[in-house]
Ligand binder design. Structure first.
Ligand SMILES: *[C@@H]1O[C@H](CO)[C@@H](O)[C@H](O)[C@H]1NC(C)=O
Ligand SMILES: *[C@@H]1O[C@H](CO)[C@@H](O)[C@H](O)[C@H]1NC(C)=O
Ligand SMILES: *[C@@H]1O[C@H](CO)[C@@H](O)[C@H](O)[C@H]1NC(C)=O
Ligand SMILES: *[C@@H]1O[C@H](CO)[C@@H](O)[C@H](O)[C@H]1NC(C)=O
Ligand SMILES: *[C@@H]1O[C@H](CO)[C@@H](O)[C@H](O)[C@H]1NC(C)=O
Length: 240
């Protein structure tokens, strides 16, 4: 008879789980839920990032994800100055989907201390990563001197608003912009002689229907969102 055995195992697990958790919880503190808004407000110069997190609704997902993950999370918070230094119209020019993707690019689905970041193997997946494994971040440097690179932007990680498991929030003085829509296959770039003329608005025509790529891009983001929600649901069910 297998089922009593399974039941027994489950019961054993259930009884051991809480004690395992409390044993491994290092901080006895009041440990209320982590309030990301409060962390950013406390930092004093992260209003743009906080607004973007809120506006994209990513702020609603993060606490749940953090609560339901045993991996923790790492967030790179660009300063207000970083947002001011963006070329005019950068954010306003983004679709809602692209904004979400940009925000998620600042989130790693795992906790990394500064020491971890020095030794981590590149590229490190971000929350914006697609199934194609793109959209990672690269980290270089040595103790307390770590740079993060997107391929477009490189900047130093200066400071931590929070550095204890399960959530690290690091200050960056640049918005981590990434390469738009993946470097097209090397072979696909136009031959030297055919540099697209700046005055020709019809240049995308060479690639066929210009609307198709962005449509696909949106689809991927929806898929990703569904995947996240589905994953959370599955995770919650595992605990019921
Ligand atoms: C998080 O902190 C912010 C700012 O301090 C506060 O307005 C908000 O109510 C807090 N949220 C929760 C869920 O405690
Ligand atoms: C968050 O966004 C919602 C709507 O997107 C808005 O109504 C609300 O005022 C925003 N909150 C903050 C603190 O910016
Ligand atoms: C976090 O998870 C615990 C159980 O793991 C649950 O009791 C608590 O309500 C959750 N908190 C939030 C904010 O989801
Ligand atoms: C980090 O980036 C800065 C520019 O922001 C550069 O000057 C420095 O050499 C880089 N350091 C490392 C270790 O890559
Ligand atoms: C990150 O580093 C890997 C190799 O370590 C390299 O192939 C890749 O192009 C780099 N990506 C970025 C975004 O810098």
């Amino acid at each position: 008879m297998a089922s009593p055995l399974i039941l027994l195992t489950l019961t054993t697990l259930l009884f051991h789980l809480p004690s395992t958790l409390s044993q491994s919880a290092p901080a006895p503190g009041p440990a209320g839920p982590i309030n990301i808004t409060a962390i950013l407000v406390g930092g004093g110069q992260f209003n743009s990032f906080r607004r973007l997190l809120n506006e994209t609704r990513v702020l609603d997902q993060l606490p749940n994800q953090l609560n339901n993950s045993n991996q923790g999370m790492t967030i790179f918070a660009p300063t207000d100055n970083a947002f001011q230094n963006l070329p005019a119209g950068t954010l306003n020019g983004l679709s809602e989907e692209k904004k979400v993707k940009l925000v998620l690019y600042h989130v790693l689905p795992k906790f990394y201390s500064m020491d971890d970041l020095v030794t981590v193997s590149n590229p490190v997946p971000t929350q914006a990563g697609s199934s194609r494994g793109s959209l990672g971040l690269n980290f270089t440097g040595r103790a307390s001197q770590v740079n993060v690179s997107t391929g477009v932007v490189e900047t130093q990680i200066n400071n931590a608003l929070r550095k204890d498991f399960p959530l690290a929030v690091y200050v960056v003085d640049k918005v981590l912009l990434f390469q738009e829509d993946a470097p097209a296959p090397e072979g696909a770039s136009s031959p030297p002689g055919t540099k697209p003329s700046a005055k020709a608005p019809s240049s995308p025509a060479a690639d066929g229907d210009g609307a198709t790529p962005s449509k696909n891009g949106g689809g991927r983001i929806v898929d990703m969102g569904m995947g996240l929600v589905g994953g959370l649901v599955l995770f919650c069910m595992a605990f019921l």
